[in-house]
Unconditional design. Structure first.
Length: 202
């Protein structure tokens, strides 16, 4: 029997290595594994962490991103990450459960800039407006209608191109129209947006 070619042997070892580590790589992309990277991060590192967290597609990531954008995400000296709204209870970021053994005095606010806020809006939109759950998409569309932020127009266009639920689609169109009214558009587009919102009947 001829001896195995050295190159083929090396290739087999490489394939075996990647097969062995692939579960670990997949696990590293979970929200729970990404969350610690928020601690002590600079703005560039925070942006990367936000992108990675959004890429998990896990709904548990949404409260973390929303808290970061709202100024409610904190870190502790030992690398812990927590959510606290005002003087309310300190909560675990992924479960929402009350955190045990954490003092308010130990919390340090994780600060962001306007550029990261825009990234957060896009990340949250991708996790909600493009969710597989129609109820989640509906809530996201209603929220975007309320805020009427022109920055959401591109994401709404992307979501509308894929939306098949008529009720959700209608609210998305209304959210888009509300955002359009805050931009410099032609009289024709302005009138069309007004008509979409007027059709709500409220």
């Amino acid at each position: 029997m001829p001896a195995a070619h050295p190159f083929r042997f090396a290739l087999i070892l490489i394939l075996m290595f990647f097969a062995a580590v692939s579960p670990t790589v997949a696990k590293a992309q979970s929200a729970a594994n990404i969350l610690p990277s928020f601690a002590g991060a600079n703005l560039r590192e925070l942006a990367a962490a936000v992108e990675a967290l959004a890429a998990t597609g896990e709904p548990e990531a949404v409260p973390v991103l929303e808290a970061l954008g709202a100024g409610n995400l904190y870190e502790t000296a030992d690398g812990g990450i927590f959510i606290r709204v005002g003087s309310g209870p300190i909560r675990e970021p992924l479960t929402g459960e009350t955190a045990e053994g954490v003092d308010a005095g130990d919390l340090r606010l994780i600060r962001i800039n306007n550029s990261l806020r825009r990234d957060l809006r896009a990340a949250i939109g991708n996790l909600t407006l493009l969710s597989e759950d129609a109820n989640v998409r509906m809530r996201a569309a209603r929220e975007m209608f309320s805020t009427a932020d022109p920055a959401n127009i591109e994401l709404l266009d992307e979501a509308l191109a894929e939306e098949t639920n008529a009720s959700v689609r209608r609210v998305m169109e209304q959210a888009r129209a509300a955002a359009i009214l805050k931009t410099d558009v032609s009289e024709e587009d302005f009138a069309a947006a007004v008509a979409v919102i007027a059709a709500r009947g409220d």
